[in-house]
Design a protein around this ligand. Sequence first.
Ligand SMILES: *Cc1c(COP(=O)(O)O)cnc(C)c1O
Length: 377
Amino acid sequence: MFSMENNRSSDDQKIYVTRPFLPPLEEFMPFLRQIWDSKSLTNFGPFHRQLEERLCEYLGVEYISLLNNGTNALIVALKALDVSGEVITTPYSFAATTHALAWCNIKPVFVDIDPCTLNLDPSKLEEVITPQTSAILPVHCYGNPCDVDSIQAIADAFNLKVIYDAAHAFGVKCHCGSLLNHGDLSVLSFHATKVFNTFEGGAIISRDSKTKERIDLLTNFGFDHEDNVVASGTNAKLNEFQAALGLLQLDYIDQVLSRRAEIDARYREAIHEIAGLTCISKRHQEVANYSYFPILVEDDYPLSRNDLCLRLKNDGIIARKYFFPLISQYPVYRDLPSASDSRLTVSAEAASRVLCLPIYPELTSSDQARVIRLLCY
Ligand SMILES: *Cc1c(COP(=O)(O)O)cnc(C)c1O
């Protein structure tokens, strides 16, 4: 079997928060040969269609559309549902979540998160709904499921769309099967840093064939057939090179996830013994993807979060403060009425305490032990 533990060269002793997984290059060569021979490079080619089929099967979803990245997938998802006005979202995420709203001329309305899951707190939704509100854009942060039932209940009561930013949630299953089947649409990212990558890539999961058709058309300039354009679409197509890589990556996904699970378990066991450091517990997950390993640095830990981050960095370990600062604290968004820290206290607290530790399939046991030793006091 292909070994997940590689030998890092001696001139690169750094341990990063994540490293992209790639299958053996030899195994990609036949795919490249086929692309070169067929000259089918893009535009919903054979690998694109095969990857859609395999992903539907693997993820347990009915309709998927592949796009060139997760950010464009968020934008196309918003366009496909004609979302406008105001959208309620979380400040505790990667910038792209809110940027997608801004690119659609939608006003983001930030709402605080739940302290246990670090996901949008459904009990805070109702108070910010206005006649302009048209949708909710929550994030399954670190792959931990949002409270999908409460969010849907509010969406139904106020006739709002729900689009999940599921960029962290590839393959996650909850009590009723794929987490990606909740809401109107779910959006994935296949960026190099994610659990499943196609270098760059993304996808939208939809619930019916009409919506999938609309998404595919918007992804391809709005063409509904050869000589008719019915919407002002964009170009957000996944190409055949990326789709072929995705097919090969799927052959390795179970190995990737089981290695991640081992690393996750080892961290949890070690951190349980360290006063002042807490892990985010895994709730409502039948199948997790171990996409990140966030810890919270509490007041009774001898170092502040920033000092712990520096201590690791001085030893060549590049942990990351995901998500600090909050999206609502960026200069582009901080003047919004909903962006004030006083409304977002749980988010601000999490952002000041969180540190994501290295987790990726090729992280060796000895490197992980090095990380753990530095956490101990
Ligand atoms: C990675 C990420 C995105 C953006 O995906 P890209 O494929 O990099 O464009 C969006 N939202 C979240 C939460 C992400 O982590």
